[in-house]
Design a protein around this ligand. Sequence first.
Ligand code: ATP
Ligand code: MG
Length: 461
Amino acid sequence: MTEKKQTHYHQMIPDHVLQCMRELSEAGHEAWLVGGAVRDFCLGKIPTDFDLATDATPDRMLVIFSDRRILSTGIRHGTITVFFGAHPLEITSFRKEGTYSDGRRPDFVTFTSCLNSDLTRRDFTINALAMNENGLLIDMFGGCDDLSDGLIRCVGKPMERFREDSLRVLRALRFASTLGFRIEPQTSDALRACAVLLGSISAERVWEEFIPLICGGNVGPVLENYDDVIAQIIPEIRPMKGFHQHNPYHHLDVWTHTVRVVENVPPEKTVRLAALFHDIGKPGTFSSDEKGVGHFYGHEIKGANIAYDVLGRMRSDSATRADVKQLVAIHCIPVSPDEMTVRRRLNQYGPEIFNQLIDIKIADAKAQSGLCSGRIDALLESKERARECILLKKCFTKGNLMINGSDLMEEGMSPGPKMGRLLEEILGKVIAGELSNERECLIRYAKSRLLQGSFDSEKDG
Ligand code: ATP
Ligand code: MG
C-alpha cells in the first residue's frame, strides 16, 4: 500500500539538483529523487550522490537539456548525465523492465510514464523510495518502516527478484554491511538459494559491490553469516571455515579469525582485502609437530599468490592487486618499535604500506589468543615512531640523503648500478645511525669507499 508522507528533506537538496528538478517540471514532466539519496535523507545522513527519475523519455530529455553539457553513454538504458555547472547528475527515464532470460540484464527496457512501475522494478524496499522537490515522499513497499527497523527486504517475491538479476544477492550483503542492517528472513533464504547464480555476473559488476561490502562498518557479521555466498565469488575461502589451528596462539578457526581481522582494520579497500586474504594460505600449508602443535610454514607466500590470482580474476585494479599481494606476503615479518627498524621498514615498503602493515598486525594480534596481547602496544609504538620519522623528515630514503648522484659524479664516479649501490650503503649507515646525514660527512665517507677501490670510479658495470 503506497504511503505518501510530507517531509522537510527537500530543504537539504543541493541547488543544482533542485535546478534540474525545476527544469524538468517546467517542461511539463515529473522529477523524483530516487535511490541512495532518499534513503540517506531518511537515515538523517547528507547524501553525496543524487539520482533522479523522470517520466520524460531519453529523447525528450535531450531536447529539454539541449543547452547543457550531456553525456549519453547510458541512453540505451534510459540514463543520461547532465552537467549543472561542474556537477554531473544522472537522470533516468522511468522504466519497467522486461523479462530477464540471463539473470543479469533485462532482455529489453521499456520506458513508462508511471512512477509506481519504476519503483516496483527496484531491488529493496529501502531503495524504492522517491521524493519530489517539495519533500513529498512516496513509499510503496514499507521502505520507511524497514529503514527504521534496519531491514533489507526485497521488493516483490525474493526468489523471483534474485533470479532476475543475481547481482542483487551481493547488493543485499553490500547494504547489510554498509548500513549495519539485518536481512529479512525470506530475503535471506532466497539470496542463499540464488547465490550460485552469481557465477553468471560479470567480474566488473561484482567488484563494484564487493568493495563497498568489504569496507562496510558491519562487514564482520556479514562475512560470518554469509560465507557460503562470498564463497561463490571466492571459492578459495572455503577451506578456511572451521579450520582448527592447533596452536596456542590461536583460539579461533582460520575463517573466524580472518573475519575478526577484517572488521578490525580501517575501512579502506587495500587493507581490508589484505586482511581478508592474509591467512588464506593456511589450510594449504598446515603441518603438525610431534607435540601436535600446528604450523603453517610459508602460508604468507602461498596466501599472497592466492590473493594475486583471486584479485586478477575479480578484475581488481593493478595497484590494489600488487599492494594486497605485498601486504599478505609480509604480514608475518617482525616490526619492533626502535627507530632503526622503523626507518628500515619505511625504506623497504614506503609509509603507506608500512602503516597498512601495522594496522593488519594489530588486528591480527587482537584476533589471536591472549598470548599475543603484549604485541599490540609495541605495534602502536611502531606506528607512532613512523609518524615522528615522517613529521621530523628523518632520513629513510635515498631521496632524503644530503648527497645524491651528482655529488658522487663530482667525485669521479660514473652513473649506473654501482653508484646506486654506494648510495644504498650510505643510506643503510645513516638509518643505522653510523653516519650522520650531513653533506660533508657523507662526501667524506663516499670518498673513502671510492679510494678502497671496491666502487670502481673509472667504469661502471
Ligand atoms: P549508493 O548510495 O551506494 O549509490 P544506491 O542505492 O544509490 O546506493 P546504486 O547502485 O547507485 O545504489 O543504485 C541506485 C538505485 O537503483 C538503487 O537504490 C535501486 O533503487 C536501483 N538499483 C540499482 N541496482 C539495481 C538492481 N540490480 N536491481 C534493481 N534495482 C537496482
Ligand atoms: Mg547511487
